[in-house]
Design a protein around this ligand. Structure first.
Ligand SMILES: C/C(=C\C(=O)SCCNC(=O)CCNC(=O)[C@H](O)C(C)(C)COP(=O)(O)OP(=O)(O)OC[C@H]1O[C@@H](n2cnc3c(N)ncnc32)[C@H](O)[C@@H]1OP(=O)(O)O)C(=O)O
Length: 284
């Protein structure tokens, strides 16, 4: 498959409809610590919780070996086997309202091939727009990366972490299998690197189960929501190195004027994911 062949996918679209069901929001709330207030029907869906809706609907027979829907439909047939979520950029225009129907339009915006330290990489940029009652609620761009098998990744060696910056909000997360399972279930994501340890280790070369990038992003967003009483108008993140279920990791949030700088720090002290939450004006 040449770069020109893959470029033929640019512009391909999909549309998914969903009810923003209170039951799904309640299940999402149960996964989080400290538990947020139970989101009620007709209230605003918290930021990033749209990932718990518009779930993939590929029949079982159309799943690939890694558990994702086979490529070549909406997602281009990238030949590299290892899929990861690399990052996203999101604008929140107005909140989705729980208990009302909504729809999401997806479009393949770009397919690029790059050479990384880990070997050849292919990035697929997917644009999403989410509407409810004919109003634009959320715009999102996701970067999905595919890479060649490469060498096995060693387990990170835990170190004594340095103190966080003054004024930072900090939380330590223990990414156990129950948390990873619940996030996979909430997002109907059958990617085996998150729950099938023999597959993650022996087929994809990870030292343990991989923590979903969007899970880490949701946990960072919850840290912001817990400490800030302002609307979130934007969020972006980039996953720089995988986190595993082998050791706790740390979430660090550093507030500035209209933004909060966010980091997920691995047990080895390295930045695994960096993110920024943009804050709107306070509501009175
Ligand atoms: C859900 C779900 C799956 C998951 O959640 S998987 C878990 C979350 N994701 C991760 O853990 C990914 C962590 N990141 C990595 O492992 C590495 O960053 C990655 C993606 C393998 C790339 O590492 P490399 O060392 O090979 O790459 P370089 O740093 O040398 O960069 C080469 C070029 O690529 C660009 N690039 C690198 N990382 C990203 C990124 N995260 N987002 C966008 N672009 C990236 C970098 O800028 C270089 O580009 P140039 O134009 O400068 O060449 C699920 O499957 O649904």
């Amino acid at each position: 498959m040449t770069a020109e062949d893959l470029a033929a996918w640019i512009g391909r679209t999909e549309r998914v409809e969903d009810d923003i069901s209170p039951a799904q929001a309640a299940a999402a709330a149960a996964m989080l610590e400290p538990p947020p207030p139970l989101p009620a029907k007709d209230s605003a869906l918290p930021p990033l919780w749209h990932w718990f809706y518009f779930l993939p609907r590929a029949p079982q027979s159309q799943l690939g070996i890694d558990g994702h829907p086979q490529r070549g439909g909406f997602i281009p047939p990238i030949p590299y086997p290892r899929r990861m979520f690399a990052g996203a950029r999101i604008r929140f225009h107005q909140p989705l309202i729980i208990g009302q129907p909504a729809w999401r339009e997806g479009i393949i915006r770009n397919v690029t091939q790059k050479s990384g330290r880990s070997g050849p990489l292919a990035f697929v940029t997917v644009g999403y727009t989410i509407y409810q009652n004919d109003s634009l609620c959320i715009e999102e761009e996701q970067d999905i990366v595919y890479r060649e098998p490469g060498a096995p990744i060693p387990a990170p060696v835990p170190v004594d972490l340095p103190p966080p910056p003054p004024g930072a909000w900090v939380r330590t997360v223990t990414p156990d299998t129950r948390l990873l399972f619940r996030f996979s279930a909430l997002t109907f994501n059958a990617h085996r690197i998150h729950y099938d340890r023999p597959y993650a280790k022996h087929e994809e070369g990870y030292p343990g189960l991989v923590v979903h990038g969007p899970l880490t992003a949701v946990l960072l967003m919850e840290l912001v929501r817990h400490n800030v009483n302002r609307p979130i108008i934007g969020f972006s993140f980039r996953s720089q190195a995988p986190l595993f279920d082998l050791a706790p990791f740390r979430l660090i949030a550093v507030p500035a004027d209209d933004r909060v700088e966010l980091t997920a720090q691995g047990p080895d002290g390295m930045t695994s994911l960096s993110a920024v939450a943009e804050l709107g004006k306070a509501e009175y």
